[in-house]
Design a protein around this ligand. Sequence first.
Ligand code: CAO
Length: 432
Amino acid sequence: MTQLCEIRVPDVGNVAEIDVVEVLIKVGDTVEIEQTVATLETDKASMDLPSSANGSIKEVFIKPGDKVSEGTLIATVLVSDTSSAPAAPAPIVVEAPKAEPVIEKAVEPIVSAPAPTPAASSAPAIETTSTGKAHASPATRLFARELGVDVSKITLGTGRKGRILKDDVKNYVKKALTEGVSGTGTGAGIPSIPAVDFSPFGETELLKLSKIKRLTGQNLSRVWLNLPLVTYHEEADITEMEAFRNSLNAEKVKGDVKITGLIFIVKALVAAMQQFPNFNASLSPDGESLILKKYYNIGIAVDTPNGLVVPVLRNVNTKSINELTLELAEKSEKARLGKLMPADMQGGCMTISSLGGIGGTAFTPIVNAPEVAILGVTRAKMQPVWNGKEFIPRLMLPLDLTYDHRVIDGAEGARFMATVKQYLGDIRRLLL
Ligand code: CAO
């Protein structure tokens, strides 16, 4: 049976006018779910608009240069197999372009997970970030990345207003091959990992990485290569905090969302950030100043079937434990269903990556730049603690703070964690 599905512009967060930059489909084209059908651009970011259905394009309602807004009909798709009916159409922001004074928005990673500015060791790409001049759509950037081309090296594109198009990338590669121009290196002179033929060793299968995983990988590599990271380990005594949490949860009735220990950690972290403003900051692109933030938004790394995403809890300092509990439950559920919008993942000041529900004793999380620090949490366990007279059983929570050493000094990191530990050890202090 055939069914007609519509691709519309989803909620992209309070933007009245969005420019259509590129239309990548035409009538009769076959599209798959998640395939990019158009590139849209606001004055803050470019986004790839994915198809929400598998099928063939019946009609296209937009052309480059058009202005659209939330709900605008982009195209209709004839779907022959009802099993491939629409999934949630989430635009994927992969580019934050052009001179943008608010660096945080400009360099923010889509997937939460640790941040941007490529130069992956094995994925040889140097993408221009907000500070660069290259003007290209996410689809073109992706294409360039796949070929290992640094788009910033393509000085002028042949598209409107000098925009770099796929053909410009192709021509650049052709030129590089014929003239031996060096444009496909891995950056910073890092040798790429050689390709290995595994077939002599046994059977293998090629599994395509999800888009989230690919982007996360690039972001992680960028941060790893660009930031001098230090990880500091600490333990907090959460015996009383857990007793309080359990007593609160005992009052809950069936259907209520239980309070998770993570929310107390979020609150303690923000209380410490209020005392240590350098942790609520980003380094300016020229590395000469700190941009201090006056709001307190915390990203929470959430494990989903498609990869890691980081929804952001906003204005944590103004919200109660109960409000934050509901917000985290709602956002992590949305994350797992793949329904987070870019706006849900933007504006974070610091991130928490909690593996405590799974286990672990310590790990080294990677900072979600342009944030300057990330807090890792692993599994709390009962331990004998010496109180001066005897060993007593206490519930100890391992914490791992990774920070950008350009911004945070070692002693500052240690003091910050001593403060987080103090808040978690006696959560009454959060009221002070
Ligand atoms: N110590 C001991 N127990 C813990 C704990 C800790 N540090 N953290 C959570 N738990 C317990 C919880 O209390 C819960 O127990 P009950 O079911 O008895 O109540 C159970 O473990 C499961 O917790 P959870 O992980 O589902 O819930 P959470 O609120 O602690 O975390 C979330 C929410 C979204 C952070 C989590 O589900 C998640 O996705 N974690 C993975 C994040 C990740 O992948 N990070 C890696 C990033 S770097 O690659």
